[in-house]
Design a protein around this ligand. Structure first.
Ligand SMILES: NC(=O)c1ccc[n+]([C@@H]2O[C@H](COP(=O)([O-])OP(=O)(O)OC[C@H]3O[C@@H](n4cnc5c(N)ncnc54)[C@H](OP(=O)(O)O)[C@@H]3O)[C@@H](O)[C@H]2O)c1
Length: 251
């Protein structure tokens, strides 16, 4: 754990993985700046952690909201240089159900908002003390999947973004981490009607992340062996991959 600032910003702090990460960091003595769009949920959470949880309303669909939130936070917390971009929406549309609105909102929240946040923190992470940029993608970003026609591409793009960012920031003291969870039991995945393989709790997911976040290595992918199965699926030839995955389309 970083003893210099002991302060971290987490997006999507009100639910699921982000909420568990927030609680885990707070339990470890960190000050957390928790972002969410639902002020009621944020205030309720803050009551449990007076003094150590700072809350900020930010709607990641809105360029203005991101600008106002980040300008205010960065000017107030001059030592803040640890960021976990976790917030995201899980959409399970197939091609027939797809609408422009869903594409726009999912791309905005899951991908474009992260670029916007990165532009705001670009100068901050170049400062001498070691900074952290962690991006929560998914194993769903490894390869095209059924019912993942919008969600999957946002997560695939985040993998590529984190890789580029890692290369580009090697000259600065930045710890870039790519986080690729498998199925985690959160309000988002409650919509799944199928039995999710190797499902883990958000508490377990956050413990895995925090345990590895300041260690060597670029990617935090879990749970084993699901992450390995998904990684293997990444390298098998297209013909075989499509034959196998097409069987899942109408399930
Ligand atoms: N659960 C899984 O199995 C799984 C697997 C792989 C990757 N992931 C990724 O992990 C991350 C967290 O997912 P989760 O399962 O914990 O989901 P979740 O329980 O639905 O939490 C999502 C969080 O993102 C916030 N959020 C959504 N839209 C927002 C917006 N427009 N502006 C600001 N905040 C917004 C939510 O805030 P509100 O409370 O205000 O809605 C909430 O705090 C996501 O990026 C997801 O893609 C999840």
């Amino acid at each position: 754990m970083n003893i210099q600032t002991n302060m971290i910003l987490i997006t999507g702090a009100t639910s699921g993985i982000g909420l568990s990460l927030t609680k885990e960091y707070l339990a470890n003595g960190w000050t957390v700046i928790g972002l969410g769009r639902n002020i009621g949920k944020l205030q309720k959470l803050q009551k449990q952690y007076p003094g150590t949880l700072v809350i900020a309303k930010c709607d990641l669909r809105s360029k203005e909201s991101i600008k106002n939130t980040f300008e205010a936070i960065l000017s107030k917390f001059k030592l803040l240089n640890h960021f976990i971009f976790n917030a995201g929406i899980y959409t399970t549309h197939n091609f027939d159900e797809l609408s422009e609105e869903v594409v726009e909102e999912t791309m905005n929240v899951n991908l474009i908002s992260i670029y916007r946040c990165l532009l705001h923190i670009r100068d901050r992470i170049k400062e001498p003390s070691k900074s952290l940029i962690a991006i929560v993608s998914s194993v769903a970003g490894y390869r095209g999947l059924p019912k993942s026609i919008v969600y999957g591409p946002t997560k695939a793009a985040l993998i590529n973004l984190a890789e580029s960012l890692k290369i580009e920031t090697l000259k600065y003291n930045v710890n870039v981490k790519l986080i690729c969870p498998g199925f985690v039991d959160t309000p988002a995945t409650k919509v799944n009607s199928f039995k999710m393989p190797y499902l883990i709790s958000s508490e377990k997911a956050s413990k895995i992340i925090i345990n590895k976040i300041n260690k060597k290595g670029f990617e935090i992918s879990f749970p084993f062996p699901f992450n390995f199965i998904m990684k293997f699926a990444r390298i098998i030839p297209y013909g075989y991959y499509f034959k196998k995955t097409s069987k899942l389309v109408d399930k």
